[in-house]
Design a binder for this molecule. Structure first.
Ligand code: DAT
Ligand code: MG
Length: 149
């Protein structure tokens, strides 16, 4: 089963949207295997967004992501990496259709509420960066045979 890394960014936490955001992933049928609230250090923020280092928005992105608590999670399920990106919606919330999280809850690109890994390599890298292996739970939801055939 595939795993992905998701973070509710400081704007999502400040706006009280942790519950609605987590609900969308739970209702889809994806399984939570890791979950924590934390204030992100500058070092972790710079590592997490290393692919964007040097871009004009990078300093603002790092200061935003370190500005308040973030809720970090790992989700597991069939096709979860691409499916979670689809649930989240386009990077610019104004281009994200209604029904996606960014489409429903956001306006500005710098306040787009959620991060989701964009592929298998970034998912592995980000899960390892944010969670120690013993903080992830291997478990079988009682409803799994009603979600997977
Ligand atoms: P995504 O978060 O959809 O994977 P990304 O990896 O291209 O998008 O960029 C990471 C974050 O950086 C994004 O969520 C918001 C911010 N960002 C990206 N492009 C930006 C831009 N042109 N101006 C301001 N912020 C931007
Ligand atoms: Mg990205």
């Amino acid at each position: 089963m595939e795993r992905t890394f998701i973070a509710v960014k400081p704007d999502g936490v400040q706006r009280g949207l942790v519950g609605p955001i987590l609900s969308r992933f739970e209702q889809k049928g994806f399984k939570l295997v890791g979950l924590k609230l934390m204030v992100v250090s500058k070092e972790l923020a710079e590592k997490h967004y290393a692919e964007h280092a040097g871009k004009p928005f990078f300093p603002g992105l790092v200061s935003f992501i370190t500005s308040g608590p973030v809720v970090a999670l790992v989700l597991e399920g069939k096709g979860v990496i691409a499916a979670a990106r689809a649930i989240i919606g386009a990077t610019n919330p104004l281009n994200a259709p209604p029904g996606t999280l960014r489409g429903d809850f956001g306006i500005d690109i710098g306040r787009n509420l959620i991060h989701g890994s964009d592929g298998p390599e970034s998912a592995s890298r980000e899960i390892a960066l944010w969670f120690s292996p013993d903080a992830l739970a291997d478990w079988t939801p009682a409803v799994s045979t009603w979600i997977y055939e």
